[in-house]
Design a protein around this ligand. Structure first.
Ligand code: MN
Length: 417
């Protein structure tokens, strides 16, 4: 008999302020939703969709492929109704990709149903080959399908995020539905575009082949996407088709794996906890020079590669830190290496070291007092003095102030009888 074993991970990424993705691990039902909308609306949309999908699925009379598609349509209606009811949520939407082991298939032994709306994706790894099962409902995907855009141009197209279909935008939405026969050893992957944007299909396939434990594979995919930029929220669900006899067996022990299995099966915060350690492993890794990798047994090429990658990451971080330090020193030199004449709070013209208004964390400091009050120079200079008049040296700054005073005195003499 067929059974499923799953692992999942999600992470905000390095750029976005919040995680608007949601995932569902409620075997035999699994889903990923990627919400969009201002403020918290995107989070509400994806969470609503995932919860509504689950409720509709669990309440269905027959658990077949049609029931999964109907559950997706019910999720659409619920997101749409929530968006209509609350002005703050107006315009919100979400993608939804879900799979379920359903009744049907050859000899009624069960099949995998896949539903999709939007640009999250379902993939299948079968006998080492990765295949995308779903079609993206995005502008660029349609342009590529029409032959109006090359596939490699799509990646950088300015409108690559524009969806042509999403949950919650209209009271009804067409839902893509397909079914596949589950083979023992098949591995299904659900993911949000935050993974695909950073990690190529080839790299995804390589990670899915390398890590047998689904939780470990999910976490590694998220970690890889973060390492390559993490420009969006990243969510991954990995589902393995196993024999029922194997399904009950505990998966290989993996630290932090439990984080992906919250009791209710939903959530966005898996990545915030232990599911995706990111900084710690890099900081804790030995420095590259000390890390002479011991000879690996022939059976463990994956480990050796991982070591090499870690050493490269450490080297990269060190170089990055050096560059940042040099940049900071350069900015400091620039910020401190100049002078300007300004007006001190008491009205005295003062020579400052630094840049008017300061630069980053470098605030100007007093280099010399002139003993000249602002009132002693012509009013037409007051605005430029308030803004700060830059001079190449303290001597030049003093010279400028003397010139202002001389000008004012000349003007006084001119009007004197
Ligand atoms: Mn996204």
């Amino acid at each position: 008999m067929t059974a499923l074993r799953a692992g999942a991970a999600t992470d905000t990424g390095l750029v976005r302020a919040s995680n608007q993705d949601h995932l569902l691990v409620a075997s035999p039902l699994f889903a990923v939703a990627d919400g969009m909308g201002g403020h918290a609306a995107g989070e509400v949309a994806s969470q609503t969709a995932v919860e509504a999908l689950r409720a509709a699925w669990e309440g269905a009379d027959a658990h077949d492929a049609a029931a999964l598609a109907e559950a997706a349509r019910a999720a659409n209606r619920q997101v749409w109704e929530a968006a209509q009811a609350d002005p703050d949520l107006h315009g919100m939407g979400t993608t939804l990709v879900a799979i379920a082991l359903v009744h049907g298939g050859d000899g009624g032994s069960g099949e995998l149903a896949v539903v999709n709306v939007g640009d999250s994706r379902a993939y299948r790894l079968r006998q080492g080959e990765l295949e995308q099962l779903t079609e993206d409902h995005s502008l660029v995907a349609e342009l590529v399908a029409d032959g109006q855009l090359a596939a490699d141009e799509a990646e950088f197209h300015p409108q690559r995020h524009v969806l042509t279909r999403a949950l919650g935008v209209d009271p009804d939405v067409p839902v893509d539905l397909l079914t596949v026969d589950p083979w023992r050893g098949d591995r299904l992957l659900l993911c949000s575009d935050g993974l695909i944007r950073e990690v190529s299909d080839g790299q995804v396939a390589s990670i899915l082949r390398r890590l047998a434990d689904p939780s470990e594979a999910a976490r590694e995919l998220v970690r890889e996407a973060r390492m390559r930029g993490g420009s969006d929220n990243i969510t991954v669900v990995v589902v393995d088709v196993v024999d029922e006899a194997d399904a009950g067996a505990p998966p290989p022990p993996t630290p932090g794996a439990a984080a992906a299995d919250r009791p209710d099966g939903t959530g966005t915060s898996l990545g915030d906890t232990t599911a995706v350690p990111v900084v710690a492993p890099i900081a804790a890794a030995p420095p590259p020079l000390a890390d002479a990798p011991p000879p690996e047994p022939a059976g463990a090429p994956g480990r050796a590669r991982q070591r090499l990658v870690t050493a490269r990451v450490v080297a990269f971080v060190l170089v990055l830190l050096l560059v940042l330090a040099a940049a900071a020193a350069g900015i400091g030199f620039y910020a401190r290496g100049s002078w300007f004449v300004g007006v001190a709070p008491g009205g005295e013209l003062t020579v400052y070291q630094g840049r008017p208004g300061g630069l980053l964390w470098f605030q100007p400091t007093v280099a010399a007092r002139t003993g000249v009050q602002e009132s002693q120079v012509e009013a037409r200079h007051h605005a430029e003095l308030a803004a700060g008049v830059e001079e190449p040296s303290v001597a030049a700054a003093r010279q400028y102030v003397r010139a202002l005073v001389a000008e004012e005195q000349a003007a006084q003499r001119a009007v004197a009888p």
